[in-house]
Structure formats: C-alpha cells, structure tokens
Design a protein around this ligand. Structure first.
Ligand code: 6PG
Length: 245
C-alpha cells in the first residue's frame, strides 16, 4: 500500500538528544543523495530545538555529506541582522555552517535589509533562480512547532496563512516572541517539499502535537502546523514529553 503523503510518520524518543541523533541520521541519508547536477535543497528550521541536530551534522556526520552539492535555505527568519542573537541564520551558522565545507553560493540566507516585503520578494527571486526550470520542490524541509501550533513564521490568525500567490512573505510574530517582524516561506512552497521533518520536544508542544496527530482536520482550523503537507512524507521527530504530555 503506497504511503499517503497526508498521514504523518511519528518517531518518539526519550529526550531531545535521542531525537536529534535519530533525526540527524535520517537527514544525512537524504543529504547523501545529493549529486553533481542534482543539488539537494535543504530548508533549515529556526528556534532552539534543531540546534543539537545541526551540531551533529557538523561533527559526527560532517564527513558523510557531499556538502558541495547541498544548498541550504531557511523556512523563516527573524527580521534582524545576521549577527543578532535572535537570528535563525546565526544559530545555524554557529552550530553547522561555519564548520562544514559548504560553498558560500550554496547558503541562501534570508535577507533582512530594506522592508520585510522587499526582502521577501528578493528571497523569492533567489528561490526561483535556484529552481530555474525545475519543479520548485525543497528536497527536505525541517520545521519546528510552536506551543501555539505555528510553524516557520506561520502564526495563527496572521495574513501569512492565506498567501497563495507567493513562496515567501513578510510575517508577524505575536508579542513575546523574538522579533515581531518575520520572513516566512508560505504553504504553497512548503507543501511542495518532498519530505518534511518536524522536530518537537517538551511538554509545551503536547497540546498542538496531540491535536494534529489525533484530528488533523479540526487541528488545521487552529494550528498552522496541521496544514503542512509533503509530496512524499511528513515525519514527526518528537520526545516523550511532547508526545505524551
Ligand atoms: C522561529 C522558528 C519557529 C520555531 C518554533 C519552535 O523562527 O522561531 O522558525 O517556527 O521552530 O517557534 O521553536 P523552539 O524550537 O525554540 O521551541
């Protein structure tokens, strides 16, 4: 029976370290399919959960990956300079990018100058140049989950959720989140990803995760993460605290 691209595959681990180790193994398996002429498009998640995974890619697995054929994108970015403590680029650079031989042209940082709308348009042009005449499909997209069920910077009740004619848009994070101004990939591009790996750890993620796994249709009215699809498979890498509460 072929796997439906709508049923998520859930992998539960004791803790974040075990989750990160398992997810890193699977990420590397995908990255190793990168070939000359067939660059692998990896979209990184922001926030704090993925940091341990990125560190494993930069250490344990660094030699196993054909980095020159991997292109790195982001699912979202806080609209701050790349050296700002809240920058998703900075977190990935410190944990991974600074430690592996990725050519500079393979690192597609979301611009955070000008206005968010202008920067979103520039990033969309970068993505379109990368895909060229090929079908626009990220090979593997890593995503986090907010306690409010957001993913990337697709926050509940925001206009970014309704964008259908662009791949990148300016977004707004609720007060209390780092950097209110955001850039985010939109559902049209995210949902063309071949594979999506969600990474979620901690009891705070239990309510949205439980709702998304138990009743995705109703969860989709409240939690943006429930609206994420992939053309091959959506995987959830979660710890026991997020899974069982
Ligand atoms: C961001 C992220 C965001 C994140 C979730 C979970 O820019 O904040 O892209 O979507 O993945 O908020 O964040 P934690 O991993 O820190 O819990």
């Amino acid at each position: 029976m072929p796997h439906s691209s709508t049923e998520p595959l859930v992998h539960v681990y004791d803790d974040l370290d075990a989750l990160s180790a398992a997810a890193a193994e699977d990420v590397v398996q995908h990255l190793r399919t990168a070939r000359p002429g067939a660059p692998f498009a990896l979209a990184l998640a922001g926030g704090s959960t993925p940091r341990a995974l990125y560190r494993l890619l930069a250490t344990t697995h660094a030699e196993a990956v054909p980095w020159s054929h991997v292109h790195v994108f982001w699912g979202d970015e806080r609209f701050v300079p790349p050296d700002h403590p809240d920058s998703n680029y900075r977190m990935a650079d410190e944990a991974l990018l600074a430690h592996v031989p990725l050519p500079a042209g393979n690192v597609h940082r979301m611009p955070t100058t000008g206005t968010p709308a202008e920067a979103a348009a520039r990033y969309e042009a970068d993505l379109r140049a990368f895909f060229g005449s090929r079908a626009p499909s990220l090979d593997l997209t890593l995503l986090g989950l907010g306690d409010d069920g957001h993913t990337a910077s697709l926050f509940p009740g925001t206009a970014a959720l309704d964008v259908t004619d662009r791949w990148v848009t300016a977004g707004t994070a609720p007060s209390g989140a780092p950097s209110p101004d955001r850039l985010t990939l939109t559902f049209p591009l995210l949902n063309r990803s071949r594979e999506v790996f969600f990474l979620a750890a901690g009891t705070g993620k239990h309510p949205p995760l439980r709702a998304i796994l138990d009743d995705p249709a109703s969860a989709a009215t409240r939690y943006p993460a429930a609206r994420i699809r992939a053309t091959r498979a959506v995987h959830w890498f979660v710890d026991a605290a997020a899974y069982a509460g």
